[in-house]
Write a protein that binds this ligand. Structure first.
Ligand code: ZN
Length: 197
């Protein structure tokens, strides 16, 4: 069993990766749903995943930074694995990331940006801009799950434990709708095991 298979098994066992027929917040349909909070519910899993990610990162990282909320738990555990400090930005009144709580970055500091899942890379890019604004250097990105098509953000590689390509469909083109599979809306009260009622 490869490491990636082992991590995917853990994500599936904990419900962080679910298979079925899902209505996404975008309105599109998908056969898989990712919610990393479910695997991070168990601090032992969070520590194990953080250590595994830390082990595959390049040397010489000075600090880990993660976007709220989803990235904070895993980013903290990667920082623990590296023995380096951790910080997170918050969105200001203009919607942009800023550092509060006395957090700051030094010029030249080498930063790893950690998220739970990377999809479009948009949040990573926002954090890259913030880090560069302090004169610090974003050197790599890491995530539990890489759902991106490019496996990189702005030329910076994404180090991930699991790589997933998850096609999404409109209602009219969805093969799961065509086969009559019950549709489930994640986050609703309906039990996925029972399907949509
Ligand atoms: Zn469908």
């Amino acid at each position: 069993m490869t490491d990636e298979t082992r991590w995917l098994d853990l994500l599936q066992e904990t419900g962080a990766v679910q298979s079925g027929h899902f209505l996404l917040s975008s309105g599109r349909h998908s056969g898989r749903y990712v919610q990393c909070a479910r695997v991070l519910e168990d601090p032992a899993h969070a520590e194990t995943l953080g250590a595994a990610l830390a082990a595959c990162l390049p040397k010489g990282i000075d600090r880990v930074a993660s976007p709220p909320l989803g990235g904070i738990l895993i980013g903290y555990e990667v920082a623990r694995g590296l023995g380096r400090p951790f910080l997170f930005p918050e969105r200001g009144p203009d919607g942009r990331f800023q550092l509060r709580r006395g957090f700051t970055l030094r010029a030249g500091e080498r930063i790893c940006i950690v998220e739970d899942v990377v999809t479009t890379g948009r949040t990573t890019r926002e954090l890259i801009d913030l880090v560069r604004g302090f004169g610090a250097e974003p050197v790599c990105s890491a995530a539990i799950v890489d759902r991106s098509e490019t496996h990189a953000v702005d030329g910076m590689p994404i180090h991930a434990l699991v790589h997933l390509s998850i096609p999404t469909y409109t209602y009219s083109e969805c093969p799961l709708c065509a086969s009559g599979t019950p549709l489930y809306q994640p986050g609703s009260r309906k039990d996925p095991a029972k399907g949509a009622e």
